[in-house]
Design a protein around this ligand. Sequence first.
Ligand SMILES: [Zn+2]
Length: 248
Amino acid sequence: MISVNRIAFGMAACALSASPALADTEWEYTGERGADRWGQLSVDFELCERGIMQTPIDLGQANATGDVAFDINWSAGPLTILNNGHTVQANFAEGSSMTSGGKTFNLIQVHFHTPSEHTINGEHYPLVGHFVHVSEAGELAVVGVMYEVGAAHSEMQKLVDAAPSEKRNAMAVDGVTFDPNLLLPDDMAIYRYQGSLTTPPCSEGVNWHVVAAPVEVSQAQIDAMEGIMGMNARPVQLLNGRLLVAPE
Ligand SMILES: [Zn+2]
C-alpha cells in the first residue's frame, strides 16, 4: 500500500478538506470492509472497483521485454518508523532519489506487505517492500523488492527490532542508521508498468518497478513482520491490455 496522505504533499490538504470521507473511511483487507468491497465503502474509493489500471498484477503475463532505463541514488540516514494500522513504514529524509523515464523521483518511505502483492505466475513471495517516490510534480514511482526465506538480513533486522506492534505515529529510533540500498538485490532487472496505489483510494498514474530478483531474509524476520501486519496484500487485478515489460 501507499499512504496517500503521506505522499501528496500540497495536494493532500485540498483532497482531504474536499472529501472528509477519504480520511475517515475505515478499510481492511478481509471481511465487510475487505479488498473486494473497497469500491463501495466511499465514493472516493470508486477507482478500487472501476479502475482499469490497478495494482497489483501477476507479472508472469508480461507482453514485452526490455532493459528499462532506471537508476537508484539512495543514501543511508537515521531510522524513522511508524505503524499506520495497515503496514510498517520507514520514512526517509530528503536526499535519496531515483530516475525513471527521464524523470527524477524523491524517496519518501518504504513499507511492507505480507505476502507480496504482485505475483509471478501466480506465486507470492512471503514479504515485499514498496519503496515509494514522488516527483516535484507529485507523480508517484514505486520500487517493489521481493524477499524470500534464507539467511537473516541485518538491515531488515533493524526494522523488525524497531517496528511498532500497534498503530503508532512516526518515531525516530535513537542511534540507528538505516541504509535502504542494503535491502536491494545485486541484480536490479525490473518489471515495469503503469498502475495504481494498492490501498484506497486506489489512485492511478503510479509508475511501478518490481525488481525480479528476490533478497533473502530469515523466516523469523518474515514471521515478525507478518505477526505485526497480518495479511495485508490486495488481490491481483486485471492487466487490461496494459504494457507490462519484463526484464530480458
Ligand atoms: Zn505497498
